[in-house]
Design a protein. Structure first.
Length: 208
C-alpha cells in the first residue's frame, strides 16, 4: 500500500485514526494521577509520555486539544502536581478501563488503589511498581493541531529497588511493564541486549 497525503485524508476516520496512531511504533502506557483542590481524584491512561532531560529531571506529556473538559490537564494546571505510574501486565484491564467516560473517580470505578506520599498532593497508583511524582513547570501549544505539551519536573520516585541496576539502568521489563500500539493493543516485551556507548570505528559491544 502506498498512500499520498490526499489519500490519507480520504480514509474513513476511524481507520485513519487507528493507522496513524500505530505509525510511531511501540509506546509505554502510563496512568497519570491527579487530584483537584476539592480532593476529587482522577486517573487517566496516556501513551504520549516522553523523557525531556535528566538535569534537571524533566518529563513531557502530550494532551489532546483542550476543547472539552480534560480533568487530568485541568487538575495539573490547578494544583501543579501529578503522578506518572507505569502499567504492568496485572494492571492491564483496569488501566485500559480508566479510558471510559466515568462520572466518578477512575480509582473507585476500576478498583485501582490510591497511594499518597507525605511529599506529594497527587495520588500515586499503589499497584504500579514504578511511580513518579512531578511538579508542573510549563506548557506549550502545538499550533498545528492544538495539542498541548506539558513539561513537569520529577520530585519523587517510588521504585522497587531490585529493578535498578548498579549503573542506574531501570529494568522496566523485570517489572512486567507493557508496551502498546495504537489505541488498544497491549504487548509483552523481550529484551535482546544492552549495547555499549557507541564510538567511531569500534563495533557495538553487547553488555549482557
Amino acid at each position: 500500500m502506498q498512500l499520498s497525503s490526499s489519500d490519507i485524508l480520504k480514509l474513513e476516520q476511524r481507520f485513519r485514526t487507528n493507522l496513524i496512531n500505530c505509525l510511531s511504533g511501540f509506546k509505554t502506557p502510563h496512568l497519570i494521577g491527579t487530584r483537584s483542590k476539592l480532593g476529587i481524584t482522577n486517573l487517566g491512561l496516556f501513551t504520549q509520555v516522553m523523557h525531556v532531560g535528566a538535569n534537571p529531571p524533566l518529563m513531557g506529556v502530550l494532551f489532546r486539544p483542550h476543547s472539552v473538559p480534560r480533568h487530568t490537564l485541568e487538575n495539573i494546571l490547578e494544583t501543579k502536581e501529578y503522578t506518572i505510574n507505569l502499567v504492568h501486565k496485572a494492571m492491564m484491564e483496569q488501566a485500559h478501563w480508566t479510558s471510559a467516560r466515568w462520572e466518578k473517580s477512575e480509582f473507585e470505578a476500576t478498583g485501582l488503589t490510591e497511594h499518597y506520599s507525605s511529599n506529594h498532593f497527587a495520588p500515586f497508583v499503589a499497584e504500579s511498581k514504578i511511580k513518579i511524582g512531578l511538579e508542573f513547570k510549563e506548557q506549550h501549544l502545538i499550533t498545528a493541531n492544538k495539542t498541548i505539551l506539558v513539561i513537569g519536573e520529577i520530585k519523587e520516585l517510588i521504585i522497587e529497588e531490585e529493578l535498578i541496576t548498579s549503573d542506574g539502568f531501570l529494568n522496566i521489563e523485570a517489572a512486567n511493564t507493557l508496551a502498546m500500539t495504537g489505541l488498544d493493543s497491549y504487548h509483552d516485551t523481550n529484551s535482546i541486549n544492552r549495547l555499549a556507548y557507541a564510538k567511531p570505528d569500534i563495533p557495538p559491544k553487547r553488555l549482557d
